[in-house]
Design a protein around this ligand. Structure first.
Ligand code: SF4
Length: 250
């Protein structure tokens, strides 16, 4: 017994005690901040350089649903673009993922976009089925980490399950390749109603670098109500967990 206590004391806490306020590395790239004044020339240069087409060519705003967080804009124009390590960047509306010049506040979910039944039914227990629809295993690994001993989202009743029959919703990663489009629909249909849809990662939200490719088929995304958008490339476990906690109002 004493030996076990000594091991526990040596190892310290293995879990994140407060998922809402966990400090992360200053080098982590989360919510961007854009200078309030951006000249047309700077906007033009940044938009032309951005490999993901995430920078608006008129305003200089960054669309987090397209951004790959590569940091190239901050390296090219450090006086205009910088990334904070704020990981709470999930949104309930697609348009809320656009960060405008001069916008310095923390991103918050739009409460009016949350369906009433979501909180009523899933607040105490939310089981999710993950669908990798042409994903590259990056977001998938981070989602796996969300349930490990460190992040332990299961403490709030949020867990991944093996079958859509046992799930309250689906979590989609990847740009939705043609080969996965039908499988995604089948998985969604197999999930009992009411159910939620969460998109995780740039690829799932916008198609990412694959947007416009003939190899992807995004009709499912375009024709269904999305309950939560979780940006990132890949999305951090804390971004996912905090986004779901905000959605459920935990
Ligand atoms: S960090 Fe985002 S907005 Fe900036 S260049 Fe990369 S993809 Fe574009």
């Amino acid at each position: 017994m004493l030996k076990e206590i000594k091991i526990l004391a040596d190892h310290g806490k293995q879990y994140v005690p407060d998922l809402r306020n966990q400090p992360v590395s200053a080098r982590f790239r989360g919510r961007p901040v854009i200078a309030a004044e951006v000249s047309p020339g700077q906007v033009e240069r940044a938009a032309a350089m951005c490999p993901a087409g995430a920078i608006d060519g008129r305003s200089g705003a960054i669309d987090l649903g397209r951004c790959t967080f590569c940091n190239e804009c901050a390296l090219m124009l450090p006086e205009v673009y910088r990334f904070t390590n704020d990981y709470r960047i999930a949104a309930t509306r697609r348009e809320d993922l656009v960060v405008m010049p001069g916008q310095a506040d923390q991103l918050k979910i739009n409460e009016s976009a949350v369906r009433k039944e979501v909180r009523k039914l899933f607040r105490r227990s939310l089981k999710l089925r993950q669908v990798s629809a042409g994903g590259d295993n990056a977001c998938e690994m981070e989602l796996g980490a969300s349930g490990n001993v460190n992040f332990d989202m299961g403490r709030y009743g949020i867990e991944f399950v093996a079958s859509p029959r046992h799930a309250d919703g689906i979590v989609i990663t990847g740009p939705v390749s043609v080969n996965m489009a039908q499988a995604l629909q089948i998985c969604y249909d197999a999930t009992p109603s009411p159910k939620i849809i969460i998109l995780v990662g740039t690829d799932a939200i916008s198609g990412g670098l694959f947007a416009g490719s003939q190899a992807i088929q995004r009709e499912f995304i375009d024709t269904h109500h999305i309950d939560l958008y979780v940006p990132g490339n890949p999305a951090h476990p804390l971004t996912f967990i905090n986004g779901v906690m905000d959605l459920l109002k935990l």
